[in-house]
Design a protein around this ligand. Sequence first.
Ligand SMILES: [Zn+2]
Length: 264
Amino acid sequence: MKGKKKFAILPLLLFLGLAAFKYFSADTWTNPETGEEVKIGLSEDQEEALGMQSYRQVLSESDVITSGPEVDMVRRVVQRLIPTTGDGGDDFEWEVNVVRNDQVNAFCLPGGKIVVFTGILPVAQNEDGLATVIGHEMAHATMRHGAQRLFSNDIYNTVMQGANASMAEMDPQAREKVLGLLGAGAQYGVLLPFSRDHETEADRIGLLYMARAGYDPEASVAFWQRMAEQGGGSQPEFASTHPSHGTRIENLRKFIPEARKQMP
Ligand SMILES: [Zn+2]
């Protein structure tokens, strides 16, 4: 027998209580597209401030292109997409910049600051392809996925702190093992499915945006097929938490008829 292996229940109970308190007292927000009420970990002002901060930082470290046909095309697509976001993008101060970078990447920060890397343009190929990816990224921001993720991470961290404190007296190796299992369970059972749900939601809402802007949502399938082809073994960075290409394309096909009805 190796020393003591005491598990103390009290710390875990206290932290679970704290997690429950956080859960029930969290701010909620009603998604204007789905009507769903979700819990969020940041106010709109906080989100916007963080988005602005990251945006400035990215731009200051990047080779920003300010004119030319690529920039014109990106701006045109964004201008067409903005009015389609309705209440979701009402308070946003939309802005887009194109950055010279070979990475296949684009993102939209909370508050509506968009960055498109030149590396994604050959994959987008045309305005419809670009509308697919930018619509998807805009939907992540308007659906407040960052603030929702922050909330779930906070609950997760609180529970893990409790588990950790409860096992403070245990043999360190055994403790590491249990914490590792708990962490992996939460990761695969809760956090990853949660982020995949957000991906699917961004796909669905992104299709609505592109359709309302007059782009054919059917084009999204070809875009994601090109992504799958060029991705090969290594997934592009912005797609790293995304569902497999096959699943995504299957989902898109389900969403296209709904989106088509919103075409002007
Ligand atoms: Zn995404």
